[in-house]
Design a protein around this ligand. Structure first.
Ligand SMILES: *[C@@H]1O[C@H](CO)[C@@H](O)[C@H](O)[C@H]1NC(C)=O
Ligand SMILES: *[C@@H]1O[C@H](CO)[C@@H](O)[C@H](O)[C@H]1NC(C)=O
Length: 321
């Protein structure tokens, strides 16, 4: 059992007169704020009708939250960003979701460790690559994104990131070669019941058979992070194609720095089947993640402080053509 973890999701945002603050509803600690008015008299002059309290939750898309809160304000402070409300609020919410993800990611690791998992042998650990995390968060925040499909659940860090960033639903295809996957599933099920599903087996078989069984199931993000051999990466890209949401989707490929994956992604595009939008590079570093939040009291502590600069890795995204 993982008591109280759900409370983490109750961090809320309260709009009080001139300032929007983000408060941890468990501890009462304020972790960020944006000034909407210079003073209370300024607020009274500019927006006598502005509500005194708006409460919202971190497990909602930052854009949805920001739109809702800012639309309550007059254009000079809220509205279509004349007053910077949308931009500031989206930034604060994203940073808080990121902090929540890091915190939960570390709890996940503790859970695995205490269940006897040898941590250095765990593959992936996606929460140590800050630029990749930010890219994934940016994509999941797109207002049209509802369903995320991924090959490679592994120890659940990627799935946790999608969910902590407000994803509505995650479908995960996992080979299941490591026993820690099951332990990570039980951890995530307590946090996000009914929001994700893991389909065990070789994705080269399970993705096509899942699609045959549930042809109406379509994905807005298709994340390829399974077997890194050429045949696997290329096969996963090809099989996910029929699961793409034709009105809106992103195809995301992890570890495009690794030669077989890079070649698979290159060949797939060369055949005119997809196009790339962007590739981001990231250093492996637990410390980078921490530094990003120094000065902001978010209650996150990260073990160890080594930056491994030569462990650079890339993630690419684009769309199917
Ligand atoms: C919120 O406060 C509780 C209680 O102090 C703490 O356990 C939790 O880690 C905090 N959450 C965040 C995201 O800071
Ligand atoms: C495709 O995505 C949009 C949201 O972007 C959603 O409204 C629609 O229902 C999705 N279609 C399918 C078949 O899932």
């Amino acid at each position: 059992m993982i008591p109280l973890l759900l409370l983490l999701l109750l961090n809320n945002i309260t709009l009080i007169a001139s300032t929007v603050t983000i408060t941890n509803s468990t501890s009462g600690r304020v972790s960020g704020s944006v000034e909407l008015f210079e003073s209370e008299s300024d607020r009274a002059a500019n927006c006598p009708t502005c509500p005194s309290h708006v409460t919202t939750y971190l497990d909602e898309s930052p854009l949805t939250t920001a739109n809702r809160v800012c639309s309550l304000l007059p254009p000079t402070v809220g509205g279509e960003d004349g007053g910077g409300c949308l931009t500031s609020l989206k930034k604060i919410i994203s940073e808080n979701q990121l902090a929540l993800f890091i915190e939960l990611g570390m709890k996940l690791d503790l859970h695995l460790k205490s269940s006897g998992v040898d941590m250095p042998s765990v593959e992936g650990k996606s929460f140590t690559y800050l630029e990749k995390i930010k890219l994934m968060q940016k994509l999941v925040h797109h207002p049209q994104v509802e369903t995320i499909c991924e090959v490679g659940f592994n120890a659940g860090h990627g799935t946790l990131l999608w969910l902590a960033s407000g994803a509505k639903k995650v479908l995960s295809f996992e080979l299941g070669q490591y026993t820690y996957s099951t332990k990570a599933i039980s951890f995530l099920s307590e946090l996000y019941p009914n929001k994700f599903q893991v389909i065990m087996g070789d994705s080269l078989k399970t993705v096509p058979s899942f699609h045959d069984m549930f042809p109406e199931e379509k994905c807005n993000i298709l994340f390829v992070d399974g077997g890194h051999l050429y045949e696997h990466a290329y096969g996963d890209m090809g099989n996910f194609r029929s699961m793409r949401n034709e009105s809106f989707h992103y195809l995301v490929i992890d570890d495009t720095n690794q030669e077989p994956v890079q070649k698979a992604w290159g060949d797939y595009r060369m055949q005119g089947l997809a196009k790339e939008e962007e590739t981001v590079w990231s250093d492996y570093s637990e410390v980078l993640v921490w530094k990003e939040f120094q000065g902001r009291p978010i209650g996150v502590e990260v073990d160890g402080d080594s930056v491994v600069e030569n462990w650079r890795s890339s993630m690419s995204y684009g769309v199917y053509l």
